[in-house]
Design a protein around this ligand. Sequence first.
Ligand SMILES: Cc1ncc(COP(=O)(O)OP(=O)(O)O)c(N)n1
Ligand SMILES: Cc1nc(C(=O)O)sc1CCOP(=O)(O)O
Ligand SMILES: [Mg+2]
Length: 212
Amino acid sequence: MITNAFPYRLYLVISEESCLGRNFLEVAEQAVQGGVDIVQLREKALSDIEFLDRALRLKEVLVKHNVPLIINDNLNVARRVEAFGIHVGNNDLSPIEIKSQWSSPHCLGYSIEYIEQLNTEKTKISDYLGISPVFSTETKTDTVTEWKLNGVSKIRTLTDKPLVAIGNMNKQNAAEVIRAGADCIAVVSAICKAENPVLAAEILRNEIERAL
Ligand SMILES: Cc1ncc(COP(=O)(O)OP(=O)(O)O)c(N)n1
Ligand SMILES: Cc1nc(C(=O)O)sc1CCOP(=O)(O)O
Ligand SMILES: [Mg+2]
């Protein structure tokens, strides 16, 4: 469920390469203008120095709009950029390590790929959970469980943590995924590959709001 610590509804996960050759900073700012209220920088192929450079530039844009920055996977970059938080999955630095190395109140997101994860210490100490993936997607293919709507509902019955739905989320399915129990919708393609990222974010935001 939504908390004061995680009040976000529309979550952009962005990388330079997802933006079809456009400037990713402009795409991020347009997304925020359309209603994105939290942004994750996910760069899988850059060096730490390059990742840090992109993160610093993105943070400069987001700070103007009071929108928090989450860093994917890389705790060094997250610390150096003084990010709001970090998102990790089962193949990354463990949430327990992160909490011990980077004190609260930083926000820790953790991907849920197996139902059994809901009973673990890693989940208990995380600030939000990524439902990974709700629907399979070409953007990330090394996934395990396609949760679908009934998976979202099942996870909802087992935890009060804020739930972020990710994986092929778009304007056609956002409302039903919220109604199934997600609190927040995370997207790459639906905004980064949209002809008009402002409009794409506005439509997604409206779909979310109408389902609440
Ligand atoms: C909001 C959100 N949810 C899930 C993920 C996936 O994280 P992970 O499982 O660590 O996979 P990679 O993104 O690192 O490939 C995410 N990034 N964001
Ligand atoms: C970054 C990420 N994580 C996923 C997961 O399942 O954990 S799916 C994904 C990519 C989502 O991209 P799109 O909105 O283009 O489907
Ligand atoms: Mg990861």
